[in-house]
Design a protein around this ligand. Structure first.
Ligand code: SF4
Length: 451
């Protein structure tokens, strides 16, 4: 099976990934690179399907280099942190066009030459794919090493980061660096876990200073109970002076935490709070199907190149009426048509937390009786059915926005407000007239009108 694949450059199995994992052909897209990028900030269970579809679609560097950002975003839709997919594709282009199709093979070159490849990803690709004896430091490795060496200072501080990388590079097995690195990460994921480490089953427990510290603390406590004087601290215990690796003096050892005193939790940066008004413009398209207007975001910055409902950032503290006016102005400037503030209907709010932004979308809808003139030069836009919307490169936040609108329309067309017909809806149909939504039960059971 592998030989067939290596000879033909096209997947010959059900997409288990082993061919891609093992193949060393320079033309083949390094599977470790793709999986490592996808696994940043995302769990394995979520990634598997995306990974398989990606590798089936773009098994070679050439194929990925020829893909458009639109295709990349469509495949990535729902995985979050969209710049990862964009940079992966940019890097493939760079390898093909500037590096004669040859992937860099050392951690230093990978990090230096490829967009989106940081120190960890570079170390993982170089050691697992190309056998370079270089270490890796991810969240799991940080936890294991901090416990092994009782490092209690903030693990995101430069002295601690430097020490952890130095330790990882010193420890890595020269003959099987890829296996060693994966084993170390697996140890952190399955044995030396964040809250309930299985120290009794740990293969490196004899070398673990956190475990030793726990034993010493227990011995000390029992000596105190027996009224004996505490021994003079061992210099190896550290915790005194200005050591950049030790816990701060203000944060004493918590005996109830045991080895989980390490690593110390890094201070979390609060995401900034933002508000955006977003408008779901609707019209009846061909054959009466409901259609929505979506526009494409700029090709750089947050959610680059993705499609969304027309949106505009809001200044903090605006009242609902002021928000409508901001949105109205934005839509007027963009469509070149007058938009009445009163025709913007408030649908609800959607909160979506990006890595660094706590974003609230204030959702409005605007049903239109006909098409609008679009200023295509300023931002690409198109009308899509619900099905096309879901297949497009749209963010999870925008899917939530549409859900809020659909829920609101569903409530309006339900039994309590069944007589209220939405502007632009086709007259004559009982209950809900929107494709894709069911008739209300009352409308369904209503006796037919007498002839
Ligand atoms: Fe982690 Fe416990 Fe093993 Fe130390 S002995 S590395 S704390 S699991």
């Amino acid at each position: 099976m592998l030989l067939r694949y290596w000879g033909g450059h096209s997947p010959c199995c059900e997409g288990c990934g082993w061919c891609w994992h093992l193949c060393s052909d320079p033309c083949v897209l390094p599977a470790v690179w793709v999986s490592e990028i996808m696994l940043q900030q995302t769990q394995v269970a979520t990634v598997i399907d995306y990974y398989n579809r990606w590798m089936q679609k773009w098994p070679t560097l050439q194929a990925l280099a020829e893909a458009s950002l639109e295709e990349v975003n469509e495949l990535w839709a729902g995985l979050g942190y969209y710049s990862r997919g964009k940079r992966l594709q940019e890097a493939a282009r760079k390898v093909v066009s500037e590096l004669a199709g040859q992937m860099p093979r050392t951690a230093e070159e990978l990090q230096k030459l490829l967009p989106g490849v940081g120190r960890y990803t570079a170390g993982a690709i170089a050691s697992i794919s190309y056998g370079q004896a270089t270490g890796v430091v991810d969240g799991n490795v940080i936890r294991v090493l901090c416990r092994l060496r009782c490092i209690g200072a903030d693990p995101s501080s430069p002295p601690v980061i430097d020490r952890l990388w130095a330790m990882a590079n010193a420890l890595v097995d020269r003959s099987r660096p890829g296996d060693f690195n994966q084993a170390l990460m697996e140890l952190g994921a399955t044995v030396c876990t964040p809250k309930a480490p299985l120290c009794g089953e740990c293969p490196v427990k004899q070398h673990c200073r956190a475990r030793l510290r726990v034993e010493k603390e227990l011995a000390l406590a029992s000596q105190k109970l027996l009224g004996k004087l505490p021994p003079v601290p061992d210099v190896e215990d550290c915790g005194v002076g200005d050591c950049p690796l030790c816990p701060p003096a203000a944060e004493p050892w918590d005996s109830s935490l045991g080895v989980t005193n390490f690593p110390r939790k890094a201070a979390k940066k609060q995401p900034r709070v933002e508000q955006t008004a977003t408008c779901v413009l609707e019209r009846r398209g061909h054959r009466g199907a409901l259609e929505y207007l979506i526009v494409q975001r700029p090709s750089s910055g947050l959610l680059a190149g993705l499609w969304e409902f027309p949106s505009v950032p809001l200044a903090p503290g605006l009242q609902q009426e002021q928000q409508r006016e901001v949105l109205r102005d934005h839509l007027q400037a963009w469509t070149g048509q007058p938009v009445g503030v009163e025709s913007l209907r408030f649908m609800g709010e959607v909160v979506h937390v990006f890595s660094h932004i706590h974003q609230t979308y204030v959702v409005y809808s605007l049903p239109l009786d006909g098409d609008v003139t679009l200023d295509l030069a300023s931002s690409p836009s198109r009308w899509v059915t619900e099905e096309e919307f879901r297949a497009s490169a749209v963010s999870t936040a925008m899917k939530k926005v549409l859900k809020v609108c659909e829920r609101q329309h569903g409530e309006e067309s339900g039994p309590a407000k069944g007589s209220k017909r939405k502007r632009g809806a086709k007259p004559g149909a009982g209950g809900s007239t929107r494709p894709g939504t069911q008739l209300s039960l009352r409308a369904f059971l209503r006796a037919p009108n007498p002839p």
